[in-house]
Design a protein around this ligand. Sequence first.
Ligand SMILES: [Zn+2]
Length: 266
Amino acid sequence: MIKKIFIAVFFLVVTIFAGMEIDKKISAQNIEEVANGPKILVLNYHQVNNSFTPLAVPVNAFADQMNYLVDSGYIAITPDELASGLAGEITLPEKPVMITFDDGYIDNYTNAFPILKALGLRATVFMVPGFVGKPQYMSWENLKEMEKNGITVQSHTLNHAKLEELPDDEIRNELLNSKLMLEENLGHPVEFLAYPTGTYNLHIAGIASDVGYKGAFTVKYGNVDLGSNMYALERVPIFQTENTMKSFFERVEYRQSFEEFGWIKR
Ligand SMILES: [Zn+2]
């Protein structure tokens, strides 16, 4: 009897250690893969104008930032390319950047768009279809013209609702009907989402996946890489500060070290 128990315990211990060994190998391999894989910078803007609010990046500062990206060898990519790149279907440029705007303010069209167009930079607008045409926001015509010139429009929910406070059927309505409304008006698939105020949880992320999104963006600070969750993608928010260009430079160029010095990814 004692012998049997001894043998059982022995096998249990061996199994546990073997399991740990396998886990360790898998995670070491993953860490290496993530470290050697692509690092995608995803910038997040809201307004581009000369008012004195943190959400608004001054027009000259925005132009300087876009010129800095071009001069430093960044190549602007689309959310589709980000997803295909992470899936290993395409090779991403060495310094990929995704330039994104949330909410759909009119100054994205009047101020940011001419700068992006002049530099040949592609960008993504996460639009709230419920805001289209309201004062301060872009019209369908604005959005369509931008889409002809390298800007893609994706979803930022139907009404910019606080998703975490809604029952499931309303979360579904916000995520699915914004997608359908944008698709109907713009005539292309809408497969990417940015959570309003960056807030999400695993439950909301599950609904986003269910209704057909391929990926969703947060405002978690960091690079998107092979360790990223496709429904909790990192972005680097850019605001107006006392020295907007210096803050921009630090956020863009030191993001790797911030991560290495203990910024938690997930
Ligand atoms: Zn927003």
